[in-house]
Design a protein around this ligand. Structure first.
Ligand code: NIG
Ligand code: FE
Length: 410
């Protein structure tokens, strides 16, 4: 038996490990030891080595509090300038999301505000949103570009995303979303914009180490299959994984396209067909569900949860935090919405913001409580996993650890 010292031993924990066959991978009266930023031991108290308490530099008794892996928000657009509360108002006065986009609002209006903001201004506007997610338990966060739509502004967004991770001490994964909307200056020149994205923007930003993955908005108001394919081919040539906004407002069979490219995930999926489900299942593409956008757009078409279940497709849940369709600043709330609106069980929803969200980011070193995993965890003020989906709002986080160290959530 190894006797290497532990930095921290947590006792009297209710552990939702998301490992094994028990619901939630639950271990009542559990213990978890952290060492060098990783989980060194996890299990039931009765199985602890006899010298466990002496081995740990710090011992803490949690009195039955729930401990989960640090939450993972695998789909956000949280770096942007301004906000779109006026479009919220317009929608409540009868305009549709598509009609607002066609009239020059929507994504393009956020592009204007984002282009006008300096890097420091963008950071100052975006940081409170990331802080809100962290305060609700998020330790790994994906952030997309896509409101710059020209090289310098896309670079600024991605740099701000990296700075958010450094400032808050959490992990940020960046995604290049050059094909988010057609910039107004390319209105009659779609091909030229797609070429710019593929030939100049993506290679330059990837060379600067600013891109962990590549996404596109495949939709009638976004980009076609062929255009998406062009950017996916470039991503592939650069060795970058792809993912896709697919089947959000209509069925363009984007899910089959992203599966064909062995993509990480297809996201949104309200209009996903049986063919799409089968294509994703064949490749193990994760289904990322975004109930915040469903809610804010008052969508009525539900993603095909029964079909996804039937094919054993991993389902992740994310906030989609963005100024247009999902101004949502709580991942736990997204999980609760997935239960109430999509009828996921609390266990499915919690797997969706931990282990399956890690898969959607291609990160296999987090999202569960298991030996060797990153010591990213949340100690909650509640003792039952389902409560995380059941309470709407409230401050349920007691402490957040990232790589074994407490993170300030103030
Ligand atoms: O995920 N669908 C495209 N992108 C975002 C919306 C962005 C916006 O409206 O600003 C989404 O819903
Ligand atoms: Fe999105």
């Amino acid at each position: 038996m190894s006797t290497s010292p532990w930095d921290h031993l947590l006792l009297e924990a209710t552990l939702a490990t998301f490992v094994g066959d028990e619901p939630y991978g639950l271990i009542a009266d559990g213990a978890i030891a952290l060492s060098n930023g990783h989980i060194a031991w996890v299990g039931h108290r009765s199985e602890l080595p006899p010298d466990a308490v002496d081995r740990a530099a710090k011992v803490e008794r949690l009195g039955g509090a729930l401990v989960t892996p640090g939450l993972i928000d695998c789909h956000t657009h949280l770096v942007f300038g301004g906000h779109r509360a006026h479009e919220f108002d317009l929608r409540l006065n009868g305009a549709s999301y598509e009609a607002i986009a066609h009239a020059g609002g929507g994504i393009v209006s956020t592009v204007k505000a984002t282009r006008a903001a300096s890097e420091d201004e963008l950071l100052a506007q975006s940081l409170p949103r990331a802080r809100a997610l962290l305060a609700d338990g998020v330790t790994t966060l994906e952030i997309k570009s896509g409101y710059g739509l020209e090289l310098e502004s896309e670079r600024r967004m991605l740099r701000v995303a990296r700075r958010i991770g450094e400032t808050l001490g959490i992990t940020v994964r960046t995604t290049f979303l050059g094909l988010h909307a057609l910039p107004p200056e390319y209105k009659e020149r779609r091909d030229a914009y797609v070429a710019l994205v593929c030939e100049q923007m993506l290679p330059a930003l990837a060379a600067e180490g600013l891109v962990d993955a590549v996404d596109a908005f495949c939709e009638n108001i976004g980009f076609t299959h062929e255009e998406t394919r062009r950017v996916f081919d470039c991503a592939k040539a650069l060795g970058l994984p792809v993912k896709l906004h697919a089947e959000q407002l209509s069925d363009l069979d984007g899910s089959a396209l992203v599966a064909e490219y062995d993509g990480l995930s297809a996201d949104h999926l309200e209009y996903l067909s049986d063919t799409g489900i089968r294509a994703m299942a064949a490749k193990g593409t994760v289904a990322v569900l975004l109930p915040g956008a469903f809610y804010a757009l008052r969508e009525t078409k539900l993603p095909p949860i029964a079909g996804l279940r039937e094919h054993g497709t991993a389902m992740a849940i994310a906030t989609d935090c963005n100024p247009g369709t999902s101004p949502l600043l709580s991942l736990r709330m997204a999980a609760g919405m997935a239960c109430t609106l999509f009828r996921l069980t609390p266990e499915e929803a919690l797997r969706g913001i931990t282990v399956n969200a890690a898969r959607a980011l291609g990160m296999h070193d987090r999202g569960t409580l298991a030996i060797g995993q990153h010591a990213d965890l949340v100690v909650w003020r509640v003792g039952t996993p389902a409560e995380l989906c059941y309470w709407i709002g409230g401050e349920l986080v007691r402490a957040v650890y990232r790589a074994g160290r407490p993170v300030s959530i103030d």
